[in-house]
Design a protein around this ligand. Structure first.
Ligand SMILES: *Cc1c(COP(=O)(O)O)cnc(C)c1O
Length: 449
């Protein structure tokens, strides 16, 4: 078995300005052909990628700190994924699992049932996108409980379909002008340590008390089908809930017959150094949604959960034409095999060990870094005005991100206030590229902070 990370050379190389002339030409074509609502963070057009490097159409080699938003954790065109996809495409590309099924779908469900937290009997169902998985988790929870209300949190991101827009917290750009949204969705406070009014120590307890009181007064426990939460919030700014908050919420759900859904779409599959971020605090969710990192870049998503909940739905109640496409399933099986064989949980922990101390050192030197947080290879810095002010600094965040892009480092921003630089390198990235990326961030801070 080929275990080399990639045939793409693993070093940064700038041949032109970023974006280069060929990318600029393509971007002009984009403006004429693609709906402008579909944005691009960094308009360099890619023609090859692997390991920690993206190669653009001008021959530039960029360091990847984004993984296509936490998708290519096993690397782009990871060798095992490429081989499995080639084989599967040659055998058959689609039958529709709901018409004439195939074994690859079963094998992905078996792997999910085994890998997700908890030893109880589980079932899985496969879909195409994260939002679709979230929608289906809510369908299952409502059907199984006979209740309708769903609780989501401040800073949550669960997708862009109608129900998932309702669950997502941030208006611009995700919801603005797209209402009305699905009903029976209620929002509760998130235990956000950095911005908790009375300080991080009291955050878990006070946020939980506020959550309980708010749900009791405004919704009523017996009306609640599900509570959905990201164990580490993604688009909301890599907010790690104050320790203790999630276990309290999960226990409270159990007491009230409410389905606890962990949305692990961004945090799952080795990203945080565990198979799932829920494991860090020993949480066993009733349902888990997965997507992004699962299939090495192919579109695949899933809901996995307690057999009695998943099996409560009548036959034909769940599905979709492409859900669990055989090529995507083959990719997922190869990606999971790669995670096991290459110990990508260990790799995520090593990335944390390289990046976190350097980011913390930067926070000592630059008071515009208000908070450094995250786990494994899901790390972020929150930028503020500094000089004693914790006011968000989205303008500086945009400047630093743009400076990184010009130097050939792909960085992403996040956060309700647009003031978080988030880092999601592929788990197979080399340590030299990690350090070079951090050097670029440091230089951008020095120039702009
Ligand atoms: C990306 C994401 C989604 C939506 O996934 P899509 O595949 O874009 O529909 C849902 N939840 C979380 C936590 C995500 O990060």
């Amino acid at each position: 078995m080929e275990t080399e990370v990639s045939t793409v050379p693993q070093h940064r190389l700038l041949r032109t300005e970023i974006p280069g002339p060929r990318s600029q030409e393509l971007q002009a074509r984009k403006r004429a052909a693609v709906a402008s609502g579909v944005g691009t963070t960094l308009p360099v057009y890619i023609e090859g990628a692997g390991g920690g490097i993206l190669v653009d159409v001008d021959g530039n080699q960029l360091i990847d700190f984004g993984s296509g938003i936490a998708v290519t954790s096993v690397g782009n065109s990871a060798p095992r994924v490429v081989e499995a996809v080639r084989d599967q495409v040659g055998d058959f590309t689609h039958t529709c699992f709901m018409v004439t099924p195939y074994e690859e779908y079963l094998a992905v469900c078996e792997a999910l049932n085994e890998l997700t937290p908890g030893t109880h009997a589980k079932r899985s169902a496969l879909f195409n996108s994260g939002a679709e998985a979230v929608e289906n988790a809510i369908k299952v929870a409502r059907h199984a409980t006979g209740r309708t209300a769903v609780i989501a949190f401040d800073h949550a991101y669960h997708g862009r379909t109608n129900l998932t827009m309702a669950l997502t917290a941030k208006s611009m750009p995700y919801k603005h002008g797209f209402g009305p949204f699905a009903g029976e969705v209620y929002r509760a406070p998130m235990a956000y340590p950095y911005r908790w009014p009375t300080g991080p120590e009291r955050c878990a307890e006070e946020a939980f008390a506020a959550f309980v009181e708010q749900v009791h007064a405004q919704v009523g426990e017996t009306n609640v089908a599900a509570v959905i939460v990201e164990p580490i919030q993604g688009e909301g700014g890599f907010i790690v809930p104050a320790p203790g908050f999630l276990p309290k919420v999960a226990d409270w759900c159990r007491q009230h017959g409410i389905v606890f859904i962990a949305d692990e779409i961004q945090s799952g599959f080795c990203r945080t150094g565990d198979w799932f971020a829920s494991e860090h605090e020993g949480i066993v969710p009733d349902l888990v949604t997965t997507a992004k990192g699962m299939a090495g870049g192919l579109p695949l998503a899933a809901v996995t959960g307690r057999a009695e909940l998943m099996d409560a739905v009548h036959g034909g109640g769940l599905g979709g034409t492409y859900g669990g496409n055989p090529v995507a399933c083959a990719a997922a099986l190869a990606a999971i095999e790669t995670m096991r064989a290459e110990d990508l949980n260990g790799a995520a922990k090593r990335i944390e060990a390289v990046m976190l101390p350097r980011l913390r050192d930067l926070a000592v030197s630059y008071d515009v870094i208000g908070d450094v947080r995250g786990r494994g290879a899901m790390l972020a810095v929150e930028l503020v005005q500094g000089g004693g002010s914790t006011q968000p600094n989205p303008a500086l965040t945009a400047r630093i991100s743009a400076a990184c892009h010009r130097e050939g480092l792909v960085t992403l921003t996040a956060g309700t206030f647009g003031n978080v630089l988030r880092f999601l390198p592929p788990l197979v990235i080399g340590e030299d590229l990690l350090n070079e990326g951090l050097d670029i961030i440091e230089a951008a801070l020095a120039a702009h902070a």
